[in-house]
Design a binder for this molecule. Sequence first.
Ligand code: ADP
Length: 745
Amino acid sequence: MKLQLKLSHKGIILVTVPLVFATVFLLILTLLLNQAEKEIQAQIRAKALVTEAGELQKSFYDAGVAMAGYSITKSPLFADRFDNILKQIPKILDSLNSLVGDNPKQQQILAELKSIANSALKILSEAKTALATDEIDIAQMKSRNVYQQARALTDKLKVTINDLTADEEQLVNKKNSPIDSKLQVKIFLAIGFLINIIIAVLLALFFSKGIGKRIEILTDNSIRLARGQELNALVSGNDEIAQLDKVFHAMAVNLQEAMEKERAIVENAADVICSINSEGKFSAISPACKELWGYSPDELLGRKFVDLVCNDDLPETIKSARQVRQSKVTTAFENRTLKKDGSLVTVLWSAYWSERERSMFCVAHDITQRKLAEEAIKASEERIRTIIENMMVGLLIITPSGIIEAVNPSSERIFGVTAKELVGKHILALFSESRFMDYSKDYDRNQFLETFFTKSLNRVGEFDAIKLIGNDEDFPVEISLTEFNVGGSLKFMANILDVSERKELEKMKKEFVATVSHELRTPLTSIRGSLTLLSVGALGVLPEGVKKVVSIAERNTIRLIGLINDILDIEKLEAGKLDMVMDDLALSNVIERSQESVKSFAEQHGVNLIMAQTDIKVHADGDRLVQVLVNLLSNACKFSPKGGNVRVDVIDIPNWVEVRVIDQGRGIPEKFKNLLFQKFQQVEASDSRKKGGTGLGLVICKGIIEQHGGIIGVDSVEGQGSTFYFRIPKIKEPTEINKVILKQA
Ligand code: ADP
């Protein structure tokens, strides 16, 4: 496994290795120096020992000589000399003792030496004493004896001293002298120093080679990155440089990706991205220019940007470009530019001036369609505003809580106040209900709004509005509400039509029709009476031809009277003036009377009448009920095939009685079922001409039945006949108790 060292580790090695080496080297050097020092000390001591030993030997020799001299001359000089030497000898022995130290061998020899020396000293002292007594013979004998003993001892001493100094002399004469040791140390010092330097240099070289080379690669990589060239392979190792290189490579990859993305964006952008240099020429441009102006990037590069600008917009564009240069932020401006084919395209420029690059960086967005759409919207808004402002109908925009948000001039006219006075008001303030409801109270507001929305949302509702000026008179309005959404909030648009004039006209028309009809009915009834008298021959037998004419005149007069009656009934119904004479009556009586009325009509159409039997009683206007049933029966006869049956059924349901008129005629198409109960509605336009009738009969029936608190309707399948029915409340049968009460009454 290859050792992966970090830069810091390498630094530590670079410092530590020479340091450790130097430390070991110093330790060895110290040891060596100590050794040399010891050796020097030992040599000095050995020298001193040899010298002292020599001194001891010499002292004995001198003592012997002094003794001999004294014995011959008796001179006190020799005696003094002898005494001095004897005094000297113990001192030398002491000195030797200190030099021997703790060397056991030498200590043993020294002890022996001391004993010999003491013996010699004793003998010498005895000899001297003998000499001093002048016993010459004895003295000489003694001194001879002593001399011999002393000699023997001295020889022994010599041998012993030689033993004592033998090692030391060896040491003193050693070839490896301290001078040699010092030299050795110096050489060692030099070599160590050299080795240390070599190690340091080698390490430095080794590491610096690895580091330097790789830093060179890093530097090269940065230059390559700047030039957009491929980077060198990753540098080896795991240290900080290798990490840095890895990061650098990753950064280069990211940068590359980012640049590719940016290029892709620029090249695929729908908008044109370009730079314009300080001379106003395109220095770079994206391919979208082909789509926008019809020019390829090559055609535009180097061309002046203003060449594209439409002449009319040139001064403004130059002004805008100057502003961009002065501004430090992205600035937008619009202008019309010329395409290669000469057509105009409106462009929105977002531009930024870079002082460093001395260029203007721009994004050009085609807003031609947007402009056209804006203009169209503007024109449409203008149109709508004109329409709204000039429409006859009043327009109010209200919130779901009923607050007026906007009004048109017609609304001002309708309510007699300005828009300012209307906006912000609650809608309740505009209606007669505000006289007894308080539009500042939530409860009243909500109650009114409920009726208001129910009556007018997506339908036309009638209301009594009030003028907000002057005598606050009532006037009728028709209101239709439509809901719409503005920016996610619900709003309502109220179309308000002042129908005062129309109502007035309708009233006048009705009065006119009523008057005319009334005035027509009397003479017509009289004509009909006369014609009947004529046709039945009460005034003499008429020739056949005249009879026919009279009969036609009579039939048409009857029809005319029927029409006038219907019109009058309708008018009364609408005015709520259709008087009812209510009574308790047997339904069977109504059915019989009706049958009697339509009998001959049914016969004329060859239709069989089948009438139900019933004992149900109703509280009703008998004549009006007969009118209803006759109308239903005559319709059934009119639209039944010859030989068909028309049946009247009576159905008893709790609290109600239902009367059904069932025919086998052509039936009623689905879409007409409800329409038939409105004025002048007929299934076929020819019905009036072919079958007679005005389209008013069912409307009158509906009015009469509703005045009885009932309902009227039709069930039919086209081609399979119809069932017209009406339902009115029936009289409850009195209970036994009630019967008693009634009797008593
Ligand atoms: P009219 O005076 O025209 O009969 P009505 O109101 O009674 O007026 O009837 C209106 C129209 O309804 C008729 O013209 C006819 O088209 C249709 N209608 C009424 N009753 C019937 C029926 N029983 N069968 C088919 N159509 C009918």
